[in-house]
Structures are given as structure tokens and as C-alpha cells.
Design a protein around this ligand. Sequence first.
Ligand code: ATP
Ligand code: LTN
Length: 330
Amino acid sequence: MDKKVIFSGIQPTGTFTLGNYLGALQNWAALQDEYNCCYSVVNMHAITVRQDPKDLRANTLSAYAMLLSVGIDPEKCILFIQSHVRTHAELAWVLDCYTQFGELSRMTQFKDKSARHPENINCGLFTYPSLMAADILLYQADLVPVGDDQRQHLELTRDIAERFNGIYGNTFTVPDGYYPKLTARVMSLQDPTKKMSKSDDNPKSYISLLDPPATIVKKIKSAVTDSDSLVAYREGKDGINNLMSIYSAVTKKSLEQIENEFVGKGYGDFKQAVGEAVAEALRPIQEKHAQLMREKAFLEDCYRAGAEKAQQVSQRTLDKVYKKIGFLPR
Ligand code: ATP
Ligand code: LTN
């Protein structure tokens, strides 16, 4: 039987965080043997928020190298940069015409981002989810590994696919989300009720995958926790729950083992251990990234080959769509 198809994307809006890694990227690498995987650096989504062109270019290359550094193998997967493959913009326009204004108005990411950037509530920010739907549907993806914050966008993608299939007959595979259990939502270190985000104004709120070990330990030590001193996973202890989930994800210890490990010890010891474990988990990724960033020609070869493969696969879906909706072939 043919392997099932996976698609996922990540925006090059800054250096990836521990949230991106534990919520998404770690799974991307883990799934590549079992599935046909397509992964994309979605720079077209990134410009829905104003970007400095020089930074966007640098962040895109660094993001691409980071995907290789976390273990994604370009021989096994299709790994590409979104703007290199024309079909994404083309299908997005078609899907815009099958997505309702009301549906897009209900998206919480749109509401959050327009509140954060009141000076630039552009139409791209509004139609962001139909470009994301195009990304996914072009590859006939069965499964989309993402963090919890993308659940609503994925539901909308399914609705768009079902609607289109309903009108024109079976055209798109209707995809399912794939969310990690414990770390689908890694929380901000400064406000554990908010998700950790790479575009947060306060760098103390997130661990960047390129933070040096001393910075990682320092940031974890200054993470906001409660005034209790019991290392235990309980309702209301958002800060400690977050650190326990992180520690569990990087050490593979269960929450119970962690509670036992810190019986009679305070938050100080616990935070030191979490900081060190995270730094240790990121060390090989950082070494690989530094090495790849010195090999620009290799990176270029990789993303060119990735774009070619992506173009080929996605063109088949786009052709089918154009035919079904009545576009006269050239
Ligand atoms: P931005 O801050 O620019 O909006 P982001 O940090 O939220 O970006 P995205 O590029 O939007 O990151 O997301 C990439 C992937 O990482 C998505 O699958 C998303 O669900 C996941 N992700 C992002 N933040 C977290 C988090 N705090 N916990 C778990 N997963 C996350
Ligand atoms: N919207 C996603 C990034 C993204 C994506 C995709 C994820 C764009 N296209 C396709 C999965 C599949 C985000 O903000 N994390």
C-alpha cells in the first residue's frame, strides 16, 4: 500500500522556539519514515505581518537549515520554500472564492494578530487560512502535524475541501490534524496562560533553538511559577505544569517520575535541571545548524531540488482543480 501523505509548514518569522520544536518539528522528523512527508518554510504566510526584507531572507535560509538540523532528511521528504512553488498562490486564489467571509472572521489567530498589529490589518492576514488550505490540499495530505493553535485553521481546511468535493466530486483528500499529547501547547515562560511564540516582544518568554546553554538555564530559572514549592502537575499550577511538560518531553521521563525525582527539593533545583536538560537536548541541533549555515551551496541545492519536486506533485492537483471549475486550458 502507498504511504499516507503528510504536509506541514512553519513561518520564517524569527528563530524557532522550543514551542515550535516540541509542538511540531520533533514530530516532523519522527514521521518521515512512515509517511510521504512534505514540509515547507511558509514565507508567503510570513508577510501577513510586516517583515524587513533583509531579515526575511536571512530567516528563511536559517529556518530551512533548522529543519535539516532537527533531522528532516531531504532525500526522504519534500522540503521546500513556499514562494518557490507557484501553485500555492494559484490554488489559494481559487480557494478564496470557496471560503466565506464569515468563516474567516471567526478565526482566533486573525483576531489576535489584528489586535496586535492594528496599523496593518491587511487582506492577506484575513485570507491566511485559505493559503494554508491550499498548501495542504495541493499535496492531497492525509495528516497535518501541528501544534494546538492551528486546530481551527485545520478544521476550516477540512470544511473547504469537503465543500469543494461536494460541488465538483472528489478532488481533495480531507486531512486530519496530528497533535502531540503533552506539548501541543508549550506556554510562555513569562505568562504561562499564553502560548510560547517566536514573535513575542519579550525574549525572556521563549527559548530560541539557538539560545546558548547559559541563556537557556537563565530563562528557565526566571520562568514565572506559583508561590508553592511542590513540583507536581496540578490544575492551577500553569507555570510548573509547563516546565514539567517540557522536562518530560526532553528527558522522556513521565510526569510521575518527575514528581518523585523532586520530592523534598524546591523549584530552584527543578528549574536548574529543566534548564540543563533543554540545553543538552538542543546542543546537537545547534551544532548541526552552525555547520549547515557555512554550507550555503548545499542549502541552495537542497531547496532547489525540493521546489522542483513540490512543483511537480502540486501541479497535478492544480490541473485537476482548474479543469473542474471550468478554466479553459491554454
Ligand atoms: P508567530 O509567533 O510568528 O506567529 P509561532 O511561533 O506561533 O509564530 P508558527 O510558525 O506559527 O509559529 O508555527 C509553527 C508550528 O509550531 C505550528 O505547527 C504551530 O502549531 C507550532 N507551535 C507554535 N507555537 C507553539 C507552542 N507554543 N507550542 C506548541 N506548538 C507550537
Ligand atoms: N499556519 C501555520 C503555518 C502553516 C501551516 C501550513 C501548517 C502554513 N501552512 C500548512 C500546516 C500546514 C502556523 O502558523 N503555524
